[in-house]
Design a protein around this ligand. Structure first.
Ligand code: 13P
Ligand code: SF4
Length: 368
């Protein structure tokens, strides 16, 4: 079933009765199914999930940790992934064939992952090979489709997450003269810049117009950035940084590397979701922080650290809409269908794609 068929399929729409249940009823039901299925059921939860869902996660983590945990878990028959589509695909690729991965709401995609499809990628690759010959290694952020991971795996590259990006990019540039980084231009640019690559050595690949954007001779290009971005992290702006600096001169600003280069440059610290959480945990009581990342996580950090002053870098920030699609009613619906043996909301990457994609993921896990 392709994504459009999936979205249109009535079997993927939650029945009305789940929406009428009280929070208490829903929570009791999750506890009941968890107790009944025991270790057969495993619920990983990404840090950007809502509290109502994350409270039931067996493990929480950023995308790297959740990929590592999926690769290690061999006992769960049912993996109910509380995160977004590409994370559930990654879990399916890294687990055994007898383990089934479920996504409680099939509409929980990722707008960044949607900014690169395999046809655009193959088309870009052909053109880039014409310009640069066999000098490019492809890397893809895990926030991408399984088909793109497979393409990257087949072409000698690896996947990347925000917490291992510097390691993987350094490795890649030891393998080939230049790299293509999909699909997040900001993570690619921020990481390459931190490794000493100048902005004048970075080109942009525009997948809509199928063209390379670069001023200067092509041989100067070291990094080709796919023109994609996260619609959540792009909402942190230079104006937000300036207004925090003005209103709270002693506040530390920490942002995710999916933010634009200018925002990262003006902030005090930048790092993955995990880095942000650890930094806040280790911070002195009484310290003040403006955080530039997803709002469910920022709200949780505010609640967990009442001894610190924490605000969102953008006062008008919303949670990631697609992460937010996984809510308590969808979790209960998914658990109920597992208990009844109904086959729905299963994420299954076709074998031939999984076989190639696992190469890219394994290279990442080895280097991390
Ligand atoms: P990390 O979990 O790698 O920090 O990625 C953030 C993100 O955008 C997940 O969708
Ligand atoms: Fe995708 Fe951004 Fe949401 Fe992460 S926060 S799932 S990158 S849209």
């Amino acid at each position: 079933m392709n994504i459009f068929e999936t979205l249109e399929s009535k079997t993927n729409i939650i029945p009305e009765n789940y929406k009428k249940m009280t929070t208490q009823e829903l929570e009791n039901r999750v506890r009941e199914v968890k107790a009944k299925l025991g270790k057969k059921l495993y619920i990983p939860g990404h840090h950007y999930q809502k509290d109502e869902v994350i409270q039931f996660a067996d493990d929480t983590g950023d995308s790297l940790k959740l990929a590592q945990l999926s690769a290690e878990n061999r006992e769960a028959e049912y993996i109910v992934f509380c995160g977004v589509h590409f994370m559930a695909e990654t879990a399916d690729i890294l687990t055994d064939r007898n383990q089934k991965v479920y996504l409680p709401d099939m509409r929980a995609g990722c707008s960044m992952a949607d900014m690169a499809d395999i046809y655009q990628t193959e088309r870009a690759w052909t053109k880039l090979q014409e310009i640069f010959g066999d000098t490019i290694i492809p890397l893809t952020y895990v926030n991408s489709t399984a088909a793109i991971k497979a393409f990257v795996g087949d072409n000698g590259g690896a996947t990347v997450t925000s917490s291992n990006a510097e390691k993987i990019v350094s490795w890649a540039l030891g393998e080939k003269e230049r790299m293509l980084f999909l699909p997040d231009q900001h993570l690619g640019r921020n990481t390459a810049y931190n490794l000493g690559i100048g902005l004048e050595e970075m080109a942009i690949w525009d997948p809509i117009h199928n063209q390379l954007i670069f001023d200067g001779p092509a041989e100067n290009v070291k990094v080709i950035l796919w023109k994609g971005h996260c619609s959540v992290h792009e909402n942190f702006t230079v104006e937000n940084v300036k207004s925090v600096r003005e209103d709270y001169p002693d506040m530390n600003i920490i942002v995710h590397p999916e933010c634009r280069r200018e925002v990262v440059q003006l902030s005090d610290l930048a790092g993955s979701t995990n880095f942000i959480i650890q930094t806040i945990e280790k911070a002195e009581p009484g310290s003040a922080w403006a955080i530039g990342t997803e709002m469910n996580l920022v709200k949780r950090l505010i609640a967990q650290h009442p001894d610190k002053q924490i605000i969102s870098l953008n006062p008008n920030m919303c949670p990631c809409l697609t992460m937010n699609r996984i809510d308590l009613p969808h979790l209960v619906w998914c658990l109920d269908s597992i208990e009844k043996g109904v086959e729905q909301n299963i994420i299954k990457v076709p074998d031939e794609i999984a076989k190639s994609a696992v190469q890219a993921l394994s290279r990442m896990l080895e280097i991390s």
